[in-house]
Design a protein around this ligand. Sequence first.
Ligand code: ATP
Length: 370
Amino acid sequence: FAPWTDPASKPFISFNNVTKRFGDFTAVDDLSLNIYHREFFALLGASGCGKSTLLRMLAGFEQPTSGEIVLDGTNLAGTPPYKRPVNMMFQSYALFPHMTVEKNIAFGLRQDGMPKEEIAERVLQMLKMVKLEKFAARKPNQLSGGQRQRVALARSLAKRPKVLLLDEPLGALDKKLREETQFELMDLQQNLGLTFVVVTHDQEEAMTMADRIAVMSHGKVIQVATPAEIYEAPNSRFVADFIGDVNIFDGKVASANDSTVEIAVDEDFSISVITPEKPTMGSSVGFAIRPEKLKVSRKPPANPKVNAASGELWDIGYLGDMTVFHVKLTSGKVVKASLLNAQRAVDDPFTYDQEVWITFAEDAGVLLKD
Ligand code: ATP
């Protein structure tokens, strides 16, 4: 499933140059983005980056100041929220406290004037879907957080929208329940064949659930890609830093040929990186590398000046599944390297304050032009 890789496939939802201003504050800034049918799409970014505003414009609760939103071939301008084939599930769940689970789920269907028998049938179907048949007669305050979340989900899917919008859907759940629910949501989305657009500030949540992620900052999309691409090939310092752990080295371009760029970091340390980029000689660039791509060893490498730096072991953190090393390089910079314990020798010789070398391969990190 990767319609975005096929130039012939049409997007299901398009934001075309969408801007949203509140007074003189720009919450969404000339943003363009395509989402495909049956995609599980995540908008990821820090608080205030405009992700909820984008979702609210798709739902119709806010109007773009300029630009257009197209859904399934229809420009949504002027279509009120209740006429859009879109439903939104809120973080607070917004359940009616005085109504039973059953009535909560039926609410929207009643408003639409659906015949009673049909409502009963649909509600039962929804209760089964979220495995809450036994809880139909309870009120929200008689449910756990996870159960309330499922009622909200059932309610938002009862009208069979084409697109479900989820604003921080798992924010109120504890870690274990959140992880379980992530997989339930993915299952549901697959089985129903719907398009899900989820807003989250939790990168792990976005990485776990989404087919693709849009990383946002200050009302703009910085990168749209699959979780693996976002992690392995961040397109900018912002994304490299925002997603996961990273070491960033700064230097100047010393040479560049068809496939490789050499970055001079300091007298004793230069980085050779395989990249399609062609940065200008002498320009300032960065190099981003994930902790698990740095090797720590006690022996000096064959070429100690390229993709290798010496330092001392500053800290060794045992985390169960892996060990994290902090190495203080001769330059004073502290870098982080990690190693899966399953891949580690039992009689590991590393101790604090030891002289060590970090080394890495030419394709282990990415060049950052900004
Ligand atoms: P969070 O995760 O905190 O909800 P967000 O990325 O979803 O953040 P938005 O809710 O989209 O951010 O808000 C983006 C910016 O627009 C924020 O600075 C917010 O204060 C501002 N904003 C949102 N709605 C309004 C409004 N109705 N009037 C004025 N400013 C608003």
